[in-house]
Design a protein around this ligand. Structure first.
Ligand code: KET
Length: 490
């Protein structure tokens, strides 16, 4: 270690990241701290070596204050310092309960491994599917597209077609321009935009979320700083809807509360209210003047028919509710990675809708400026062309064996249930075929799920949710056998 009192420091040419940060009214010492990652690290301090500290991968420098003496400067190392100390308080985040399952699945080398975690559709060979209508739309788009920014609120053509799906092709609300709508970063982005909007314009409000729900709902409203409450939804014993408790919670919530509702194919339970029950819920909402925010991530996946799956929303509209709605094309067009969806808010009149839309855009602008263009173009090309739209409707339902998404899932529900019964399982498995949408909420405990993973390389969320979209003719027997093994002892 070398120390030279009194001489002015040489410019720190030896280390490009060093900076002169603070003039000091003092003498200084020149100190060689360490050799680090092949770079000589050097600092100057009024205290000799005093404050320099080598820590793991980086350097933390403390000796910058100090007074008196002959004048001089302290030089210290900002570049490397940040590697060790700026983020030393950061602990690894908990794994996401859904996307973390995919990570674990990918890391498993077993040839038997099965992923029934994330809700992403697979064909009967377990391969991701690109719909034929999407392929055709891409052929039409290819070469005709520029790369300009979309407006902050996204593509108007896309929004127009998307609103027709949720509100109906002949909706008076669309004609009267009463819907404030912006293209969003898929369903997640639509929920998040709404949560931020709610926080900004109803700052004292809370959000009522069903138990259970898609785990990310909690993260979204938490990060938007909207307090959360819950309402009863699922009845574990009957594996169906706890309708009486749900209605009680609706009645007991303060007037004018915000509720998050799954428009169809409830995730994770696969349990939806019947049409009559939706009517009753809508009625009670009216009495209490509650706001209904519909998350519609699976339109088409419950019944195979997007029109039928919009039933809950249409009931609320008929009853005169001013709803909000998050739509996603991740599942029903298989556009997962395109991040294409829509947030809409039905307003009292066009003037209000213009104001609300402008505010939604203002929330989007500092976050991502404007949404991506490709998915919007794919969707509007499909929905804007009667022939392609028809192809899409068939593909969602059952146009061909390979890609009839809703029907293939329904077939796998039957196969899984029958396999379990043939294996002699004495547990009731009707709920596998009673539940709808992408998921089966099996009733398995976290411990049973852990055994499925450790003993059978079957990956799913610990709440017992099976993504039926990952079940195939090839793996359904293996899956049934494993489920039987881990559940037969109770
Ligand atoms: N809402 C619900 C109810 C939902 O299940 C999902 C996705 C989304 C919104 C958002 O999807 P997006 O891709 O942002 O349009 N759920 C599946 C994937 C995930 O967790 O991100 C899942 O539950 O597996």
């Amino acid at each position: 270690m070398e120390a030279t009192d009194g001489a002015p420091p040489p410019p720190p040419t030896f280390f490009p990241h060093s900076e002169i940060v603070r003039p000091l009214q003092t003498g200084f010492s020149r100190v060689l701290l360490s050799t680090f990652s092949g770079i000589e690290i050097e600092g100057f301090s009024p205290f000799g070596f005093g404050g320099g500290k080598v820590e793991g991968d980086g350097v933390e420098w403390r000796a910058v204050q100090g007074g008196g003496g002959k004048g001089g400067r302290a030089v210290f190392l900002l570049g490397n310092r940040s590697m060790s100390s700026w983020w030393s308080n950061v602990e690894p985040a908990a794994k996401d309960p859904i996307l973390g399952v995919t990570e674990a699945f990918l890391a498993d080398q077993s040839p038997d491994k099965v992923n029934v975690g994330v809700g992403a559709y697979r064909d009967d060979n377990g391969k991701p599917v690109v719909l034929e209508c999407v392929r055709e739309a891409e052929r039409r788009i290819a070469g005709n597209q520029n790369m300009e920014y979309l407006p902050m609120g996204g593509s108007l053509k896309f929004i127009e077609e998307t609103l027709k799906l949720a509100y109906g092709g002949n909706s008076e609300f669309i004609k009267d321009r009463r819907i404030a709508a912006v293209q969003a970063l898929s369903g997640t982005g639509a929920c998040r935009l709404f949560a931020d909007f709610q926080r900004r314009f109803q700052p004292d409000s809370q959000i009522y979320i069903p138990v259970p729900t898609w785990s990310n709902h909690h993260n979204i409203w938490r990060d938007a700083q909207v307090p959360q409450r819950t309402f009863h939804y699922y009845h574990p014993e009957s594996k169906g809807l706890d309708f009486a408790s749900l209605i009680d919670d609706v009645k007991n919530a303060p007037n004018g509360s915000f509720f998050l509702l799954h428009a169809c194919a409830h995730n994770p339970t696969g349990v939806d209210p019947s049409e009559e029950q939706w009517k009753e819920i809508s009625y009670q909402f009216k009495v209490k003047n509650h706001f209904a925010f519909f998350d519609m991530a699976y339109q088409g996946f419950a019944s195979g028919d997007p029109e039928r799956d919009a039933k809950a929303i249409r009931i609320f509209l008929d009853d005169g509710h001013l709803i909000g709605c998050a739509q996603s094309y991740a599942k029903n067009m298989g556009l997962y990675g395109q991040r294409i969806g829509c947030l809409s808010i039905l307003c009292e009149d066009e003037l209000q809708a213009v104001a609300v839309k402008s505010q939604l855009q203002q929330i989007a602008r500092p976050m991502y400026s404007n949404p991506p263009v490709h998915g919007a173009l794919v969707v509007s090309t499909i929905l804007g062309d009667p022939e392609l739209k028809n192809l899409w409707l068939q593909e969602v339902k059952n146009s061909c064996i390979m890609s009839g998404m809703a029907d293939r899932i329904i077939g796998m529900r039957t196969a899984l249930r029958e396999s379990l019964e043939k294996l002699g399982s004495t547990l009731p498995w009707e709920h596998i075929t009673n539940q709808i949408g992408m998921f089966c909420f099996s009733g398995m405990t976290p411990q049973q799920v852990d055994r499925l993973t450790s003993e059978f390389h079957i990956y799913m969320t610990r709440n017992g949710r099976i993504s039926m979209a990952g079940v195939t003719t090839g793996n359904v027997g293996y899956l049934a056998n494993a489920i039987h093994e881990v559940t037969k002892s109770g």
